[in-house]
Ligand binder design. Sequence first.
Ligand code: 3SL
Length: 241
Amino acid sequence: MPSIDVCFSPELIHLFDLKGKAVVAVDILRASSTMVTAFAHGAANIIPVTQLEECRNFGQKGCMTAAERDGIKAEGFDFGNSPFSYMIPEVKGSTIAITTTNGTRAIRLSEAAEEIIIGAFLNLEAVVNHLAELQLDVLVVCAGWKGMFNLEDSLYAGAVAEQLLQRQFTSASDATLGALHLYENAKADLYQYLQASSHVQRMQRLEITKDIHFCLQHNKYDVLPVWQNDRLVNLKAETYA
Ligand code: 3SL
């Protein structure tokens, strides 16, 4: 039976053997939620990169570019990291290079995995169904914040664990159990549960609470972003053609 494990921070990823595993890379607020939203609005490819300069260079190759640092859109790029900014016709068919403070790093650090899937509450069911079909051991890699644990990504890991444990997956560690217990305690009202969390407070200071509500919605999109070659593609692209 396949197992599910949780890596609470990219700083812990060296402790895991990614070979042969399905990694679910998650940054609920907001990188993975934003990528899912961009695919739901017709983006053809997303190229996650870690450096601002690298991202800027993709702009010279005809890509759209997106960059965020510390919650704020970096200057000189087409987009920041708000899912709402991707709900425009220009996104359809586009290739978007994106760099964010934590999310894009978590994705790139997962490259040794058999499969990398981008997870968000917005596409929870699509991700879980895909994992159940794959039957590989699963590792949820939480982007956290600058190497630290964060609550929202851990809650998402718990949501994935809750679903997979009902489908004959086994828990690989206390990390899985911890994430599951967090989610069980919080799921009745995730927004309320996250009120004291550091990134929610940071976003409230930046007056982007609308994004928080949006990113906590479950199963809004039937989108399945996976890593193929050097980029992310949506395996369910036909739904949004
Ligand atoms: O850390 C990240 O990658 C971002 O998602 C952070 S923010 O939500 O854009 O502030």
